[in-house]
Ligand binder design. Structure first.
Ligand SMILES: [Zn+2]
Length: 415
């Protein structure tokens, strides 16, 4: 093996189907996959990384983070614990100058590192954009992203404040343009917080088309069943012929509709080829406060969406900030909630935090076929179910075939 050359083989990897394989990587992709023990004349000279039969899974993807807010729970308290309290607390802290630029860069970089060590090689982060501070937070997250170059893919979404339409929206519209100028990857926003959701949806679809960017909106983040902008979003995506990629995050109020309405809306979302991201942590934390009996879970209508064939991913959303005091930047925590609160199988839940969001983010899925991206998480666990249940921190993260993070946990018992 030439000095400084990267290992070409990942050996002794146990796949979810039980096969133990050696994987050759080349140019960031899987070049060959053979049963372990298959003789190879090249392996010794090309170098290898031995996984000792750890479970090798597609790398995880985090489709919905807020890296500009991460790890601010103690700095920006939200005593009421609800969504409006969190929004108000965040805006007040921004205006009061309690969130300086360098601190946002530092916390965002730390949050990215936490994700990488846990096995995440692609993250999409919404970043607040609005009148008063423009796209400053986007610049901060981009600065943090530069520190992670070559280690992971980071997409930013301009989460523009409401209102976006009318004379009162002028400052927010300017900020959104500023974010697009700053190189944001996706156009965002919150139609359910708008005075005129239909006009707002038309505006962001038009803007995203002009900028040639995908859309990812916070949609119907409320238990109020009378608020349902998702069908309008889907219809406008179809009518406008928007094909750059549209995702709807949250979709809480869809879970409060009758089964018939859920089916109808899910069919529209499928026809519009849109993805939906369920966000259990933040929805469980913020939604349903003050509802003493039969408290709703605040999850979207998973059964109806899956039945209609919608690509449904799951994200961690907020991590230790005023929108969710806990959370540990681990999609295996999200997957566990999809099993417990969302009633998915462990295998389906793992897909929701790996290949499903990758596809929605415009990244190729990893199915352990030649040509697939060599982005993997190796974990010291017996099965996918065991990995989600124990979430051991003995992991290896590979991005484009290169080992980019490792973590080992040890425990001792003294008798
Ligand atoms: Zn969010």
């Amino acid at each position: 093996m030439a000095p400084n050359a990267l290992p070409r083989w990942i050996t002794n990897a146990r796949l979810a189907d039980g096969r133990v394989v050696d994987i050759e990587v080349d140019n960031g992709a899987i070049a060959a996959i053979v049963p372990t023990g298959t003789p190879s004349e090249h392996r010794a000279t090309q170098g290898s990384h031995d996984l000792d039969e750890w479970l090798l899974l597609p790398a995880m993807a985090e489709p919905h983070a807020h890296l500009d807010k991460a790890l601010t729970a103690d700095l920006v308290p939200n005593p009421g614990g609800d969504l409006q309290g969190a929004i108000d607390a965040w805006i007040a802290a921004s205006i009061a100058g309690r969130l300086p630029h360098e601190d946002i860069v530092g916390r965002a970089a730390t949050a990215m590192e936490m994700l990488l060590v846990r096995g995440v090689t692609a993250v999409r982060s919404h970043v607040n954009v609005g009148a008063g501070y423009g796209a400053a937070a986007v610049e901060a997250v981009h600065q943090a992203r530069a520190q992670m170059q070559g280690l992971m893919t980071v997409q930013t979404v301009a989460l523009v404040h409401s209102p976006l339409t009318g004379s009162e929206g002028a400052g927010n519209r300017d900020a959104l343009h500023e974010a697009i100028e700053a190189g944001v990857d996706v156009v965002g926003g919150c139609p359910h917080l708008e005075p005129e959701p239909t006009t707002m949806l038309a505006l962001v679809i038009d803007l995203a088309s002009q900028a040639e960017l995908p859309l990812d909106l916070h949609v119907d983040e409320t238990l109020d069943e009378s608020m349902l902008t998702l069908p309008d979003f889907a219809q406008q995506v179809m009518d406008s012929g928007f094909t750059l990629g549209a995702s709807a995050s949250h979709c809480v109020s869809l879970g409060m509709q009758s089964a018939l309405v859920q089916q109808q809306v899910a069919a529209q979302v499928a026809a519009a080829n849109m993805a939906v991201f369920a966000l259990p942590q933040t929805n469980l934390f913020l939604q349903g406060r003050g509802v003493p009996t039969a408290q709703p879970r605040g999850l979207t209508a998973l059964d109806a969406l899956f039945h209609a064939g919608v690509n449904v991913g799951a994200g961690g959303d907020n991590v230790q900030d005023p929108f969710n005091l806990v959370g540990r930047s681990d999609p295996l925590e999200t997957a566990a909630l999809m099993v417990m609160a969302g009633h998915r199988s462990p295998e389906a839940a793992y897909d929701m935090v790996s290949n499903a969001p990758r596809k929605a983010m415009g990244l190729a899925p990893i199915n352990f076929q030649v040509g697939d991206p060599a982005d993997f998480m190796a974990i010291d666990a017996p099965t996918v179910r065991g990995a989600i249940a124990d979430a051991p921190m003995s992991r290896r993260t590979f991005h484009a075939g290169v080992l980019v993070a490792s973590s080992d946990s040890t425990a001792r018992l003294y008798r």
